[in-house]
Design a protein around this ligand. Sequence first.
Ligand SMILES: *Cc1c(COP(=O)(O)O)cnc(C)c1O
Length: 386
Amino acid sequence: MNQAQRVQELPPYLFAAISRKIAEKRAEGVDVISFAIGDPDLPTPPHIVESLVDAARDPANQGYPETDGLPEYRRAVAGWYERRFGLTFDPDAEVVPLIGSKEGIAHLPLCFIDPGDVALVPDPGYPVYPVSVQLAGGVCHSLPLLEEKGFLPDLDAVPDDVAAKAKMLWLNYPSNPTSAVASLDFFEKAAAFAKQHDIVVVHDMAYSEIAYDEYVPPSFLEAPGAREVGIEVHSLSKSYNMTGWRIGMAVGNADLIGVLGRVKSNLDSGIPNPIQRMAITALEGDQSFIATNNAIYQRRRDMLVEAVRSAGLRVTPPKASLYLWCGLPSGVGSIDFAARLLDETGVVVTPGVGYGQHGEGYVRLSLTVPDDRLAEGIKRLKAWRG
Ligand SMILES: *Cc1c(COP(=O)(O)O)cnc(C)c1O
């Protein structure tokens, strides 16, 4: 068998290696506590599940769904944007449903990148950005996200010749893995930069609803100029505890949304209608459980911040997202640190270098650990003398 060059060049998926290591330890009888993966442990609210069950019984939902989704789902997305951000979008021209935002993210470079074109990619960042650019034959230019700059990219530092070849800019705030947030001022600058260099901006807002201490994350599309140059991808996974149901959406500039829709219509046959019904219920129904869930994450955040500090790590309590992004003592490698912590305590964290070279020197801990396991993990971290 000949493995295509593009496959041979793929890096191993970070979480696959971590899952393997966890399985090995468990097989040895170790009681492993994993802070590695951001997959909400809190349940999908029952009223959302109910609409799945109802729709599953309706024979009208047996056939192929449309790639561009149920008109009711696109309208629900537009309605949610209006209530949440005060922005109006045409549900038929400015909204495309996604089979989870990862699907949209992975296909977007096929829309805008020709072989040899450059994409500006945050480092550290969600690994799907660089990999999907690579699969489209593009070249990634890393934007270092540095602690002293609030983990925001310095767009003025992008060399002119790189900006000239760049076709896409990826942004993600609230950020995974750094949990940094961005202001509308920053988004406005990014939109101006993109307009100047004719670059498409994709803002990944998977954590739009997970925020603490009264902080409310803004949409990129609220910034002046943003709707001319960009789109935003959202996911119901984290906000509504729906990772397994696979649904999200892309919203923004009609031309860009149109291109994504055109590529997708050739690649997939849409999202099962019952899952779109769940998403409609989620977006249009009672939102009060979001605050309840955020209060749970916030309590976990505060307990875990104290524990990682007592284990010798540096951390700023995040305003949003599901992660603590923790600085290691200088000179300590994140892979070595994670391996030693697992061996000595059974606690799993994600090495920062897995998110890019500028993630070295950090580890990420997720707040999606059930309370009893969290308490045990905290006990072990506090007892540990790394
Ligand atoms: C979890 C996550 C996603 C993927 O979400 P799905 O909608 O479940 O595919 C996308 N981007 C970031 C930054 C994430 O952390």
